[in-house]
Design a protein around this ligand. Structure first.
Ligand SMILES: Nc1ncnc2c1ncn2[C@@H]1O[C@H](COP(=O)(O)OP(=O)(O)OP(=O)(O)O)[C@@H](O)[C@H]1O
Ligand SMILES: [Mg+2]
Length: 363
């Protein structure tokens, strides 16, 4: 029996493998890579690799060095997008190909989902009806609560000083309930987004400034913007609400004494395309990341944080992220989270505003 041919070995490799020529074009790929791209090798061969593969890391320089010195290059934990689906966190390995100057072989290993979480979300209908129910209740409870507060305040006028703490407690606690109810009602009052061209950096700036003056006073907020980012299509007020909620969560997760750092990161990912269940697709090239260096999501609620009333905080309503998720899904956008202790990243992907010019660019 003869040994397997190189072709057989290549085809049997379980990881996506791609040969890149000296011009950074795809020279060949194995079947696992075709699966990864969701496209055929025949179609992809000859195309510039970095047109088809979006890697969230500055690779060029190190790759150039590896190529010149004939050394391998390993890049771990980077987001790799193909346009066929949301990006996956992968490890990339590059090795110079023997006998072909300037050629590289690239292996892509998606990191297992176990032990980490990359969760994406659209509002589920069960959550919607839970909110509908809560809204109705909220409305019903607010009136009697106003009565209770009023009565407690009247009572406090005729009470001896030492007993005032009881009426104060009634007033404070009813206020807390009213606040919760108002948040619930916010859901119901949320009108469909009035989408128009929005400068995302303006939204982030507004959120940043108001956070630093209030709940985020103990935080350092770093702006890491792509200045060439085009306008997004969205409702600026609703997007502001989204960013505020995310910054608020990050601020609340940080140590109140030592504070923490939040990075607001924007970039363009040309190939980020959302395939919906109904088969329609949309590109969501504007990426906004809110990254904090806090303790990370609590293990026990990690999978459910976008659901209403899921909270890891003593006084949390668990509505912040539910609202975020609703707004983003109303925008036709996408939100995902990735969290380990020391690094929690929320990423929002949004559509871009149509170009004002009459001439449509073809992509
Ligand atoms: N950046 C983060 N770091 C750590 N945990 C987080 C972060 N963001 C969210 N969480 C966790 O997810 C939970 C749900 O967040 P969500 O904003 O929905 O509700 P909440 O903050 O508890 O209440 P509310 O927003 O109504 O005040 C939080 O209670 C917290 O445990
Ligand atoms: Mg919150």
């Amino acid at each position: 029996m003869t040994g397997p041919t190189e072709m057989q070995i290549w085809s049997s490799l379980p990881v996506p493998a791609i040969l890149i020529d000296e011009y950074e074009k795809i020279a060949e790929m194995n079947p696992a890579a075709e699966g990864f791209f969701n496209n055929s090798a025949k179609w992809l061969t000859g195309q510039p690799i970095w047109d088809r593969l979006a890697v969230d890391a500055p690779l060029e320089e190190s790759l150039q060095r590896a190529r010149e010195h004939g050394t391998p290059l390993f890049v771990n934990d980077v987001d790799v997008g193909t346009g066929a689906r949301p990006p996956l966190v992968c490890n990339l390995q590059f090795a110079p190909m023997q006998g072909r100057e300037g050629w590289m072989i690239m292996l892509i290993s998606p990191r297992e989902l176990a032990g980490r979480m990359t969760q994406s979300h659209s509002v589920k209908s069960a959550a919607k009806s839970a909110i509908g129910m809560a809204e109705m209740l909220a409305h019903e409870i607010k009136n009697p609560l106003a009565g209770i507060t009023g009565a407690a305040q009247l009572l406090s006028m005729s009470l001896p000083k030492g007993d005032l703490e009881f009426t104060d407690l009634i007033v404070a606690e009813t206020r807390r309930i009213v606040k919760l109810l108002e948040q619930v009602e916010q859901f119901g009052n949320l009108s469909p987004p009035e989408q128009r061209p929005v400068n995302i950096h303006d939204v982030l700036d507004r959120a940043r400034r108001s956070a630093l003056l209030g709940f985020g006073g103990h935080m350092k907020i770093i702006e890491d913007y792509d200045p060439s980012l085009p306008m997004a299509l969205g409702d600026p007020d609703q997007l502001l609400q989204v960013v505020l909620n995310l910054i608020k969560n990050a601020s609340e997760a940080a140590d109140p004494k030592t504070g923490g750092t939040i990075r607001l990161h924007t970039f363009y990912e040309h190939s980020f395309r959302l395939r919906r269940a109904d088969g329609s697709g949309q590109t969501l090239p504007l990426q906004i990341e809110i990254i904090d260096d806090g303790p990370g999501l609590p293990e026990d609620i990690k999978g459910d944080i976008f659901d209403p009333f899921v909270s890891g905080k003593e006084n949390g309503t668990g509505l912040g992220l539910a609202l975020v998720s609703k707004i983003i899904s109303d925008h036709g956008g996408w939100i995902s989270v990735d969290s380990v202790p020391g690094r929690t990243l929320f990423r929002i992907s949004l559509p871009r505003a149509p170009r004002p010019a009459a001439i449509e660019e073809t992509e």
